[in-house]
Design a protein around this ligand. Structure first.
Ligand SMILES: [Zn+2]
Ligand SMILES: [Zn+2]
Length: 113
């Protein structure tokens, strides 16, 4: 079974995931403290999220809240240095938090592009 990278080029995805040692790099941006796993999310590529979540497929996704609000094809063009490995649930929650914090003017500007 192969795992397809969800966004960006496969080599970029691989570089980001390798750097993260195939483990979600969230350290609380999603709103959880991840205290049980040393302050960092314990989800690893191919790990098990549970009955509802299925298998973990890590994303190479932006680390900065402003970058999280980019459209998918824009964030796919970011360099590896601005990306981190995220599990789906952490990134979803972190992005929701980033969206909530963004000033409305900034959001409007994004949608104009
Ligand atoms: Zn995570
Ligand atoms: Zn998290």
């Amino acid at each position: 079974m192969t795992t397809r990278p969800p966004l960006g080029s496969p080599s970029l995805w691989q570089a980001v995931i390798d750097r993260a040692e195939a483990r979600c790099q969230c350290s609380g941006a999603c709103g959880k403290t991840h205290a049980k796993s040393g302050g960092r999310c314990e989800h690893t590529q191919g790990g098990w999220l549970g009955k509802h979540g299925g298998t973990v497929r890590l994303l190479a996704a932006p680390t900065a809240p402003a970058d999280m609000l980019l459209l998918a094809h824009e964030s796919a063009a970011l360099p590896a240095a601005r990306l981190a490995a995220w599990c789906g649930p952490c990134f979803d929650h972190a992005r929701t938090a980033a969206r909530r914090k963004a000033p409305p003017a900034e959001l409007d500007a994004l949608f104009d592009i």
